[in-house]
Write a protein that binds this ligand. Structure first.
Ligand code: FE
Length: 343
């Protein structure tokens, strides 16, 4: 009996030593991501170099990944979900997919404005929703504020993508927060009234339509304009020559910003690795790669980017509204967009 016990103990000991060896040799992180850029490759490789944790990446569209994580449930191998836009993070959060992350590193590096409710998700870079205008036809002062777009003088002049797209849904959420229900709904109705054409295409298509004279004004995320600025194609340079951008609401609350971000999943099998990865994304090095990957700004204030396009755009006043609060207004924003008929 005693002998068996000793043997069993010895066996257990060997197994646990072996197990530990195997576990450390095979430390992994399963990353589900709907955000991917070239510089992200270096970002992930550097993480593996620094920690020995291998990253298995699954790329997909945000709604498909959210559906997949829901379907996989408790058996989901997903440790971290990365996506863009507070509205997408809100959809995942409302589905109960995220777990809170307790990390002194993250809390000290990422300002509260860029953290979701209860630290269940985090922004790692931010983007601005700007107004693009045809320099020959519009003075920047005419479109200094988002509210200007709904004025009668803008009738037939605006190009914008569908209202239901997350970029517009989150902008709408900020309008509701900053101006109240009635004024925000009126604004959405004004946008619809002032459209030059039925919404179609992405943000770059709207900027190109402004250059082509199909409309005078467009709403776009800043990085689409930055990409055109960086392009060596003569037709893109021509667009930049014809179209200027305005950071709206500089004398008010500031320009609406949104985030690229993510969080740890509730059923993550590798929670320690997930926390390490999220902490890594807040490091100086990773912040620069993550932000530059899409010409966005770093959320960690001390991180300085070297990005000629962003430098050329200059500094601007940012709306301080927290991404977590903003996210909570996105379901209501979608209802308002539907009521306004912003298809
Ligand atoms: Fe985008």
């Amino acid at each position: 009996m005693t002998q068996y016990k000793t043997l069993a103990l010895a066996g257990a000991l060997i197994a646990s030593v072996l197990g530990a060896g195997i576990a450390s040799a095979q430390q992994e992180l399963n990353l589900y991501s709907s955000r991917h850029y070239q510089t992200d490759e270096t970002l992930y490789a550097n993480f593996t170099k620094a920690t020995g944790i291998k990253i298995n990446r699954i790329d997909g569209k945000e709604d498909e990944l959210i559906q997949r994580i829901r379907r996989e449930g408790r058996a989901s191998p997903a440790d971290v979900f990365i996506t863009v836009d507070a509205a997408n993070l809100q959809v995942a959060d409302e589905a109960g997919l995220f777990a809170p992350v307790k990390s002194k590193v993250i809390e000290s590096r990422i300002p509260a404005q860029f953290r979701g409710e209860d630290n269940r998700w985090f922004g790692f870079s931010y983007r601005a929703r700007v107004i693009a205008y045809n320099k020959d036809r519009i003075k920047p002062e005419e479109v200094a504020n988002y509210l200007d777009l709904a004025k009668p003088g803008m009738k037939g002049k605006i190009c914008v993508r569908t209202g239901g797209h997350v970029y517009n849904r989150t902008l709408m959420a900020s309008m509701i927060y900053n101006h109240g229900d009635d004024k925000a709904l009126d604004w959405a109705r004004g946008i619809v009234t002032n459209l030059a054409r039925a919404p179609k295409g992405g943000d770059t298509d709207q900027i190109r339509a402004v250059a082509a004279g199909e409309c005078d004004v467009a709403i776009s995320n800043h990085y689409y304009y930055a990409r055109l600025m960086a392009s060596s194609k003569p037709e893109d340079q021509e667009v930049v020559r014809k179209v200027g951008i305005v950071f709206p609401d500089q004398t008010g609350k500031g320009t609406h910003i949104n985030i690229s971000g993510g969080g740890m999943l509730k059923h993550a099998p590798n929670k320690a690795a997930a926390t390490k990865f999220l902490e890594y994304l807040a490091s100086d090095e990773a912040q620069a790669y993550f932000a530059n990957g899409n010409n966005e700004w770093a959320v960690v204030p001390s991180v300085k980017l070297s990005n000629p396009q962003l430098d050329a755009m200059g500094n601007f006043k940012v709306d301080q509204l927290s991404a977590g609060v903003l996210a909570q207004y996105t379901p209501k924003a979608q209802r308002f967009i539907d009521r306004a008929g912003w298809k």
